[in-house]
Design a protein around this ligand. Structure first.
Ligand SMILES: C[C@H](CCC(=O)NCCS(=O)(=O)O)[C@H]1CC[C@H]2[C@@H]3[C@H](O)C[C@@H]4C[C@H](O)CC[C@]4(C)[C@H]3C[C@H](O)[C@]12C
Length: 325
């Protein structure tokens, strides 16, 4: 499962936890403006906006889990099994395969609203990248500094919702999560009033008691509520360091430590990586399960301008610094 967040401090920061029991060949990949992108049913993009994000590269093609373009538009795919539906054959006109969405939309769109409009308009095409690669059952978080959207491909078509909370997890479909939030409307970061019986002495005996009832498990519904609560109450200083640090703390509240979440096959679902992207600069910050220090890849002008994919293998090694004095 996964959790995606859009947070505005001095800039807008967007990113996600990627929770999975196996590696998918992930690395930070920059698709520069002149790298030609091919599509099944759309004309090739010979030149487009540069994209930075986490992807596996297959036959020279960037298969993104999430990315940001140079206009600061973000798009992330999150698991949506049992609900995601892709029509097996598109018509004669335009269509995009699920793995083509991030390259095409981030290659062409200047705003998240524009990408959301395309999601409503362009039919999806249920074609995998390769016959031996399954179609990933996904829904998408789309965001920029102006706001966020959720796009869900279901049997009736692609549904696009505005997302004023700025959070997405996994199943069930998005309207459930919005309704479910109402059940937690009484939670507070402040100490609770004694509304139970003001005549009784019920002094609080520790901090944090206003959030009693905040779900602590890793189910998608609980991660949604926990992230929405922590994001809503988030405070940080007006600096890059403080914003990035805060963003990773928010993701940490829903990260999966190995062993706590088992798949039906008995494998451990873990947070393989967490990322935070500054949409104003395109800087991609990440940490991995073992390397909890933050590593960054900058989207420099030189890197934006090329014609070859730039691949940055993840720095996954934990380093422990022993202090001398
Ligand atoms: C599994 C990832 C979503 C994370 C998540 O929600 N995991 C939950 C696992 S579970 O429900 O708890 O079992 C998704 C997000 C993006 C996906 C990848 C992207 O869609 C790009 C390609 C698409 C290809 O069809 C399959 C490989 C792939 C490289 C995908 C592998 C995998 O399905 C990814 C990495």
């Amino acid at each position: 499962m996964c959790t995606s967040i859009a947070l505005t401090t001095k800039d807008t920061y967007i990113g996600r936890n990627l929770d999975l029991e196996y590696a998918f060949g992930e690395k930070v990949v920059i698709t520069p403006r002149q790298f030609p992108l091919q599509f099944h049913k759309m004309p090739a993009l010979e030149t487009h906006q540069a994209i930075i994000g986490m992807a596996s590269v297959a036959e020279g093609y960037p298969l993104y889990a999430e990315g940001v373009n140079e206009s600061g538009v973000y798009m992330a795919g999150l698991n949506f099994p049992g609900n995601a539906y892709y029509p097996p054959e598109g018509g004669a006109g335009e269509a995009l395969a699920p793995y083509e969405l991030i390259p095409w939309l981030l290659g062409t769109c200047k705003t998240a609203a524009e990408a959301a409009e395309h999601m409503k308009r362009i039919p999806l095409l249920g074609v995998p990248f390769r016959p031996d690669m399954p179609l990933a059952p996904l829904h998408w978080h789309i965001a920029d500094r102006h706001g966020a959207f959720v796009a869900e491909p279901v049997a009736e078509g692609v549904k696009v919702y505005p997302d004023p909370v700025g959070v997405l997890t996994n199943n069930p479909p998005f309207p459930f999560h919005r309704t479910n939030l109402t059940q937690y409307r009484g939670l507070s970061a402040a100490q609770p009033d004694n509304t139970l019986d003001p005549a009784l002495e019920l002094p609080t005996f520790g901090q944090g008691m206003g959030a009693i009832g905040l779900p602590g498990d890793w189910s998608p519904a609980s991660r949604y509520i926990r992230t929405a609560f922590c994001k809503r109450n988030s405070v940080c200083e007006n600096s890059e360091e403080s914003s990035v640090s805060q963003f990773f703390h928010l993701l940490d509240t829903v990260a999966m430590p190995r062993g706590a979440v088992r798949t039906p096959e008995g494998n451990c679902d873990i947070t393989r990586y967490s990322c935070c992207i500054n949409t104003a600069t395109g800087t991609y910050y990440y940490k991995t399960y073992d390397n909890c220090a933050i590593t960054a890849v900058a989207l420099t002008e030189e890197r934006r301008a090329g014609d070859r994919l730039l691949e940055f293998p993840l720095d996954t090694r934990l380093r422990i610094t022993f202090q001398e004095g």
